[in-house]
Design a protein around this ligand. Sequence first.
Ligand code: NAP
Ligand code: MG
Length: 399
Amino acid sequence: MAKINMKTPLVEIDGDEMTRVLWGIIKEKLLLPFIDLKTEYYDLGLKNRDDTNDEVTVKSAEAIKKYGVGVKCATITANAARQKEYDLKYLLPSPNATIRAILDGTVFRKPISVKRIQPSVSTWKKPIVIGRHAYGDVYKAAEMEINEPGKVELVYTKLDGTERRMIVADFKGSGIVQGMHNLDESIKSFARACFLYAIADKIPLWFATKDTISKTYDGRFKDIFNEIYETEFKDKCKSAGIEYFYTLIDDAVARVVKSEGGFLWACKNYDGDVQSDMIASAAGSLAMMTSVLVSPTGVFEYEAAHGTVQQHYYRWQKGEKTSTNPAALIFAWSGALLKRAELDNLPELANFSKKLENAVLSTIEDGIMTGDLAKLADPPPVKILNSWEFIDVIAERLK
Ligand code: NAP
Ligand code: MG
C-alpha cells in the first residue's frame, strides 16, 4: 500500500508516563503504516526537560510558531514529589504554561461525543466547547508567604519613575499574598479567537466572569469582549445566526447544567481549567476530551485534555496491560494531521484523518471500548479491551 505523503513537518512533542507509552503505539499501529509521517520531534519527557534546563520546551514552542501545527503528548508538571521521583535539578515550570505563554493562544476543549456514552447531565444533547484563555492570571502570578505582621501594597512604577500605590492587606499575623495580571492585547486575542471559533462552528458564544466583585480586573474582560463584539463581530454573528451572551460566572455554571449544550463557553484561564474537567467528566470521561491551542497568529497545537494517567503508568511498569483510553490522544493526532492537510492542501491526508476518527468512534459505538467507558456505556459494552487490543481493533478497521 502506498503511503500518504506530507509536505511540511508536524511538530511532535513527546511527553510522560502512560500517555508516552500510548503515543508510541499510536504511531506504530495507526500512523506509520499509512502515512509517510514527517515530524520534527521534541522530547518533553520530564528527564529531558531537566537535562536541557527546559530549553527543549521553549524550542518546541518556537517550532510550532515556525511550522504552524504541533501535536503534544501529556507531560508531568513538576512538584516536590516529582522532583524527588525524577531527581530533578530544580522545579521545572509547567510545559503547557510555557508553551501557552509563548504562543499566547486560546485553548478550545471539546468532548468527543459517541452514541453509546450518555452524558451524566441528562439535558445535554450537544457537546459544550470550552474556550480557555491561555495567558496570565493565577498562572503567571507572583506569590509570597507572609510570616510576620506588615503591610503589603501594590506598587506601579511608571517609566518616568512616578508611583501609584494601593494597600492589599495590613497583615497582623502570618498569611499569603498573590499578585496577578493580564494584558489588553491578550484578552482581545482571546475574544477574537472565541468569536471566530463560534462563527466557524455556528454555535452561540457564552462568556462569564465575576465582574460584580472584581470590578476592575474582571470588568476589563467583560468590557473588552463587549467592545470586540460591537466593533468586529456583531454583523458576522448575525449572519451566522448566533448569539453572544454575557453573564456572571456563577449564573453561567447554573445555566450550563440545565442547558442542552451546543455552545462555546469562553472562560478565563482558571475557570477554563476547572470547568473543562467538569465538562469532560460529565460528558463521559476525561479520556474523551480534546484540546487545541489556537494562537492569534493562526498556529495550532493539538493535545488530549487529560494528564499522563500516572496511576495506570505505575501499573504498566509492574507488567499490567492497562485499559487506558487512547481516544483523545488519537484525536490530537487526527486534528493536527487534518490542520496540516488543510494548510498544505493534501486531500488524502485530510481523508485519512477523518477515517482515523471514524474508526475510533465506530469501534466504541459497536460496544468495543476501554474500561473507563465501559462503566458509562448504555447499552452495556460488548467487549472491554486493554489499550493494546483496542488500538489493534482500530488499526484493523482502518486497513
Ligand atoms: P490524569 O492523568 O488526567 O488522570 C486522572 C484520572 O483520570 C486517572 O487516574 C484516570 O482515572 C482518569 N483518566 C485520565 N485519562 C484517562 C485515560 N486516557 N484513560 C482512562 N482513564 C483516564 O491526571 P493526574 O493523574 O491528576 O495527573 C497526572 C500527571 O499529568 C500529573 O503529573 C500532571 O501534572 C499531568 N497533567 C498534564 C496535563 C497535560 O500535559 N496536558 C494535563 C493534566 C495533568 P482512574 O485512575 O480512575 O482510572
Ligand atoms: Mg486542569
